[in-house]
Design a protein around this ligand. Structure first.
Ligand SMILES: CCCCCCCCCCCC(=O)SCCNC(=O)CCNC(=O)[C@H](O)C(C)(C)COP(=O)(O)OP(=O)(O)OC[C@H]1O[C@@H](n2cnc3c(N)ncnc32)[C@H](O)[C@@H]1OP(=O)(O)O
Length: 202
């Protein structure tokens, strides 16, 4: 995926343009190997968790460098217009895919800004093939892009996004989340998932 002009002819807002001081992202040495499925980071995550009946159940896979591929199949519960995916749901799929990139950096980060271009309607039962990559890092700021295609990984583009993630401390979740969910996630017997729920450096 090219980062040169990830939005085609539509310019992103200046907040999504890396500053001249930005540096290329560095893949963590312990990042999952290219091709490896990441699995859900949190059972109740709307994007990837198996515990959300109407969630996206998005499956993300590590790519080369700091990139991710993911698939999400649009279900009837995801409609906006009759028979078509809701735009907010498509943005959620992009957000989830982009968020997964931070696991390859082993950085805890949350979405600060996310801009989406909706290029084609996405019918129910369609599988969206997503690709995302980190373009640059500047201090706490992580600049990323994503694209979603239909019909196959090389099919026509349906959605595109550019995002700015902001690195946070694990306290961000502990201070702001509900204690019962924090406790449940901390108690997850799957150690990798427990770590990834908060993207804590292992
Ligand atoms: C595999 C693992 C799975 C794990 C994957 C997990 C996937 C989960 C789903 C996907 C991810 C999500 O949806 S996360 C959930 C959605 N996002 C959130 O809830 C975040 C809510 N917002 C916040 O908590 C806050 O605003 C923060 C943390 C983003 C920033 O607050 P802060 O820490 O006080 O930092 P602050 O000083 O304000 O900002 C730091 C720098 O970033 C800039 N900045 C901050 N926000 C913005 C913004 N919206 N647009 C432009 N720039 C911004 C500031 O100008 C500043 O630049 P400068 O002055 O330094 O130049």
């Amino acid at each position: 995926m090219s980062t040169a002009n990830p939005r085609g002819t539509n310019p992103a807002s200046s907040a999504l343009t890396p500053p001249p001081s930005a540096i290329p992202p560095v893949r963590h040495p312990d990042a999952p190997a290219p091709g490896e499925l990441l699995g859900a980071h949190y059972e109740d995550c709307f994007g990837c968790g198996g515990g959300q009946p109407h969630g996206l159940h998005l499956q993300a896979r590590a790519g080369e460098g700091v990139s991710i591929t993911a698939e999400f199949t649009v279900k009837p519960a995801h409609q906006g217009a009759p028979g078509l995916a809701h735009g907010g749901v498509l943005t959620s799929a992009l957000d989830e895919t982009l968020g997964s990139l931070n696991w390859l950096l082993r950085t805890i980060a949350v979405t600060g800004r996310l801009e989406t271009d909706f290029v084609r309607p996405v019918p129910v039962d369609t599988t969206l093939f997503l690709q995302a990559e980190v373009a640059a890092v500047a201090g706490r700021k992580i600049y990323s892009t994503a694209v979603g295609r239909i019909g196959g990984p090389d099919g026509p583009v349906a959605v595109r996004a550019q995002a700015l993630f902001i690195e946070v401390k694990v306290d961000h979740f502990i201070d702001n989340g509900r204690p019962e969910e924090i406790r449940a996630a901390m108690a997850d017997p799957d150690q990798i998932r427990r770590v990834r729920a908060f993207e804590v450096n292992p």
